[in-house]
Design a protein around this ligand. Structure first.
Ligand code: SAM
Length: 252
C-alpha cells in the first residue's frame, strides 16, 4: 500500500513514522509513505496556498488549485487497476467519524491519498469534486489535519497482513473484537501491594478465558454500552450481562 499525505507542514511528519510498527512496515516494503508539500504546487511567486473567504469571515481558506494539482498528479501515475483501489480522503471535523470498520476498508486499498486541511479548512470544491471520503477522527477540532493523517496511517498500517506479529493480537483488540479488551497484567505478581488476579496465575485456561470474557463484558458495559448492541454475544454472555443489571431491547 502506498499512502500519500498532502500537507503544508511536511516537517510535522519527521518522527511519527520513524518508530515502531509503522517504521518496520516501511522498512519491510509493506507500506510506502510519501509526504507531499502542497506549497510546491502553488502557482504564484509567494507560494500562496490560502486566501480570504468569499462573503467575509474569519481565518484563511486553503485554495483549491494547489490541492487539485497535487492530487491529480498522484492519480495520473496510477494504473486503472490501482485507481479502482484508491481513496482520496479529506481530514475534516465535518467528515464521517472514523471507526475500525472504515479503517479496515481503507487498509485494503492499494493507494490512500490524505489531504490535511489547515486554517479554516479547504475550499468546498475539494470536498465536492476531488475526494472520495470525508473523515473526522473525533468530535473535537484540531488545528490541522496532520495529526488526523498520522492517526489514520497508524491505524491502517497495523491491519495490513504481515505488519503486526500475530493476527490474534489484532483480533483481540478492543473495538475490533466488538468489545473492550479485558485487563492485562505482567510481572511482577505483586506490585506495591497490588496483586495480579489469582485466576491468571492458576494455569486453568478455561477459567482464565471465562474471567477475561466477563471482565471484557463488564468493562464494555461500563464504558461503551453502545458496543453491546452489535456485539457477537453468547447465551452465557447475555446471562452474565443480565446479572450485572444490563437490559437491552434485544434480549431483556
Ligand atoms: N472551520 C473548520 C470547520 O468548522 O469544519 C475547521 C477547520 S480546522 C481548524 C483545520 C483543519 O484541521 C481541518 O481542515 C482538518 O483538516 C483538520 N481537522 C480539525 N479537526 C479534525 C477532526 N476532528 N478530524 C479530522 N481532521 C480535523
Amino acid at each position: 500500500m502506498r499512502i500519500h499525505i498532502l500537507t503544508i507542514f511536511p516537517d510535522m511528519f519527521n518522527g511519527p513514522f520513524q518508530h515502531s510498527i509503522v517504521q518496520r512496515a516501511v522498512n519491510a516494503g509493506i507500506i510506502d509513505i510519501k509526504i507531499h508539500d502542497i506549497r510546491k504546487y502553488a502557482s504564484d511567486k509567494h507560494n500562496s496556498v490560502d486566501d480570504y473567504q468569499f462573503g467575509g469571515g474569519p481565518g484563511m481558506i486553503m485554495m483549491p488549485q494547489p490541492i487539485f494539482d497535487n492530487v491529480e498528479g498522484i492519480l495520473a501515475e496510477l494504473t486503472q487497476l490501482e485507481l479502482a483501489s484508491t481513496r482520496v480522503i479529506l481530514t475534516s471535523p465535518q467528515g464521517k467519524l472514523l471507526n475500525q470498520k472504515t479503517v479496515k476498508l481503507f487498509s485494503k486499498q492499494s493507494n490512500i491519498v490524505i489531504i490535511c486541511g489547515h486554517y479554516e479548512g479547504v475550499d468546498e470544491r475539494v470536498r465536492e469534486h476531488l475526494i472520495t471520503d470525508d473523515v473526522s477522527i473525533g468530535d473535537y477540532v484540531l488545528t490541522g489535519g496532520e495529526i488526523a493523517a498520522m492517526v489514520l496511517t497508524d491505524a491502517m498500517t497495523r491491519l495490513i497482513p504481515g505488519v503486526v506479529g500475530t493476527e490474534a493480537s489484532i483480533e483481540g483488540d478492543s473495538i475490533t473484537s466488538g468489545l473492550l479488551q479485558h485487563p492485562i497484567f505482567t510481572r511482577s505478581n505483586t506490585f506495591r501491594d497490588w496483586n495480579v488476579p489469582e485466576v491468571l496465575l492458576s494455569g486453568n485456561h478455561g477459567k482464565i478465558e471465562q474471567w477475561r470474557r466477563r471482565q471484557s463484558l463488564d468493562r464494555t458495559l461500563r464504558n461503551r454500552p453502545d458496543l453491546l448492541v452489535e456485539a457477537n454475544l453468547t447465551e452465557d454472555d447475555r446471562a452474565y450481562l443480565r446479572s450485572l443489571g444490563y437490559r437491552d431491547a434485544n434480549y431483556s
